[in-house]
Design a protein around this ligand. Structure first.
Ligand SMILES: Nc1ncnc2c1ncn2[C@@H]1O[C@H](COP(=O)(O)OP(=O)(O)OP(=O)(O)O)[C@@H](O)[C@H]1O
Length: 225
């Protein structure tokens, strides 16, 4: 295994002066390639803030953050955007699918839009991914015609479109019933072992954490243990 992500002495504060809140307080974390980890911790402990920083959508106040050996804490915004598009996928609690488009278009669009055109290879890749997540027969359904679990599987396919090394998931099953949540986690487990994609999944649900090989507990802005 090799180191994919490294975070050292990460500090994140919001606000200034008397209103300053220190959310991450010297957090250390290493993620190895191919890990499937649950990110656990009490509400307000800083899990979403950490995921947002790891996703390069938010800058830390200080500390070291590297991924694939690139110093992201020092990178400029344009570099971060490029890096994020190439190497990181996101799955959120709410799927954020575009309602006027089909499952296939929802998976394909982010990549096609970035490339400035709808490429044949993007369409092929999107179709393969939808097959992979068990939605070959739903490809041409408009997003609102899919069930909650199916929408979340489309969101997973979309996150994998650019073959990211890291997928960050913030409560990905928080909006699903128990059976759909289990299916989504089983799928994540399969993709993780087949493709060595590293997953970091924030959750409050022990049943979800049980699918993950590693547990990372955040408390008071630090990783415990
Ligand atoms: N933009 C912001 N401005 C000010 N405070 C913020 C901001 N974002 C988060 N916080 C604060 O940071 C703390 C940690 O929030 P965060 O969302 O990271 O926690 P969490 O562990 O993900 O919680 P939950 O499990 O409830 O989702 C909270 O006290 C929150 O109020």
């Amino acid at each position: 295994m090799s180191v994919l992500v490294e975070v050292r002495d990460l500090i994140k504060t919001f606000g200034e002066g008397e209103a300053e809140t220190r959310v991450l307080r010297g957090l250390d974390l290493t993620l190895e390639t191919g890990e499937l980890s649950a990110l656990l911790g009490p509400s307000g402990s800083g899990k979403s803030t950490l995921l947002t920083i790891l996703g390069t959508l938010l800058k830390p106040s200080s500390g070291l953050h590297t991924m694939l050996g690139v110093d992201l804490a020092a990178a400029r915004d344009a570099e971060l955007t490029e890096f994020r598009n190439r190497h990181i996928g996101f799955v959120f609690q709410f799927h954020h699918l575009l309602p006027d488009f089909t499952a296939l278009e929802n998976v394909m669009f982010p990549t096609a839009v970035m490339a400035g055109r709808e490429t044949a290879s993007a369409r092929t890749r999107a179709a393969e991914l939808l097959e992979r997540v068990g939605l070959a027969d739903r490809m041409h359904f408009l997003a609102p015609k899919l069930s909650g679990g199916q929408k979340q599987r489309v969101a997973i396919a979309r996150a994998l479109m650019n073959r990211p090394e890291l997928v960050l998931a913030d409560e990905p099953t928080g909006n699903l019933d128990r059976d759909s949540a289990e299916q989504v986690m089983a799928l994540i487990g399969e993709i993780n072992s087949e493709e060595e994609t590293t997953f970091l999944i924030s959750t409050h649900d022990e049943n979800i954490a049980a699918h993950c090989r590693r547990r990372i507990l955040v408390r008071d802005g630090r990783v415990e243990g």
